[in-house]
Design a protein. Structure first.
Length: 222
């Protein structure tokens, strides 16, 4: 779990596998293994792990009812997200069932355990083309971004997100022109009022410091 929280996913996977070699029906290890595999894009292995975990958690004597319900809710939702991905790539899933139908079933089962599960409600509405849903709920947006926060930067890196680089480069040009217009080479250039609206995780600030600071002429933003 510590490896998983620290995003050392391969180490976490290995630890869960070792735990399961000692106790093949350890409910938390079977459940967490699926999420670690999914985070590494090992989707087929993750699906198998989730299905195994659902069986194990459903009968595990070490869990009380609330724990069991909470884990099964999460497992069925996570399985649905895997099946959604398979719908795009293959179309046919476990047992020859169309992936879309299997995903709908997974989300519906999630809602049996928690009728207010915001992510499952949103996913199910999308699958069923529910015309009564005209916007994402506040709960959906909040839950989505809270769950996504830990891996947000890594995802943007994978998407080759370049907006912060463009902003930082433009800012660099502005300060260079300010130097030239003054006709001198001061050691400090100030942006007296700066607003980074929708600042996210602070990429623009970090990149600006890299772009603007030159070894021979240090520049600073204040």
């Amino acid at each position: 779990v510590m490896y998983q929280d620290g995003l050392r996913l391969s180490d976490s996977e290995e630890s869960y596998m070792r735990a399961l070699s000692l106790d093949p029906e350890h409910p938390e290890a079977t459940a967490n293994l699926g999420s670690v595999l999914q985070a590494q894009d090992k989707f087929e292995e993750a699906e198998e792990a989730y299905r195994t975990a659902i069986e194990v958690v459903g009968t595990a004597p070490s869990l009380d009812d609330d724990e069991r319900i909470g884990m099964l809710m999460t497992l069925h939702y996570s399985l649905g997200t895997i099946l959604d991905r398979f719908e795009v790539t293959s179309g046919v899933c476990h047992g020859g069932v169309p992936c879309k139908d299997a995903a709908i079933s997974a989300y519906q089962t999630t809602l049996k355990y928690n009728p207010d599960h915001a992510l499952a409600l949103h996913a199910l509405a999308a699958h069923l083309a529910d015309g009564s849903v005209t916007t994402a709920s506040r709960e959906y947006v909040t839950t989505l971004f809270d769950d996504y926060a830990d891996t947000f930067d890594e995802s943007l890196t994978g998407l080759e997100y370049r907006a912060p680089d463009a902003v930082a480069a433009a800012l660099y040009d502005v300060i260079k022109k300010r130097y030239k217009s003054n006709g001198k080479t001061p050691q400090r250039a100030e942006l007296r009022t700066t607003l980074d609206a929708g600042c996210g995780t602070g990429w623009v600030v970090r990149l600006s410091l890299i772009h603007i600071s030159e070894p021979t002429r240090p520049l600073y933003i204040s």
